[in-house]
Design a protein around this ligand. Structure first.
Ligand code: NI
Length: 135
């Protein structure tokens, strides 16, 4: 039987939504007030799924998951400007969608094969984006 377990971490970061290939007017039309530099208290939720290990009783030790999230993502993005300060986000407009995709790419190679199920980024209390294993 497959069991899902997850870990939630948080970070604070600044971003502005703008496409450098567009004019200021076009960016403002596309992204509204999000073209201005502003911050969010982000929540990152990572879910893994698999069989329970008979010896440990875990699907995955959540301390290990927490360590991977911290090392691969949080350490690089916390208290940073996501447009300019994070080399592996270069060239991506830092929407919640693109962050979820980039975080997946950072986490997936560092977790046991086939375990990662979903990566969800909460940008505000109301807005989130998720990348899943099925998509
Ligand atoms: Ni924003």
């Amino acid at each position: 039987m497959t069991v899902q377990v997850g870990r939630r971490e948080s970070f604070n970061a600044a971003h502005q939504l703008c496409d450098p290939d567009l004019s200021d007017d076009e960016n403002r039309r596309l992204f509204g007030k999000c073209v201005n530099l502003h911050g969010h208290n982000y929540i990152l939720e990572v879910v893994v799924a698999g069989e329970i290990d008979r010896a440990s009783g875990y699907v995955l030790d959540l301390k290990q998951l927490s360590d991977v999230i911290t090392t691969q993502v949080i350490r690089d993005v916390d208290h940073r400007n996501l447009n300019t300060d994070v080399p592996w986000l270069k060239g991506r407009i830092p929407t919640a969608e693109n962050l979820a995709q980039a975080f997946w790419e950072r986490l997936q190679p560092k977790l046991p094969a086939g375990l990662l199920r979903s990566v969800r980024v909460w940008e505000t209390d109301k807005n989130w984006a998720e990348v899943g294993a099925q998509t």
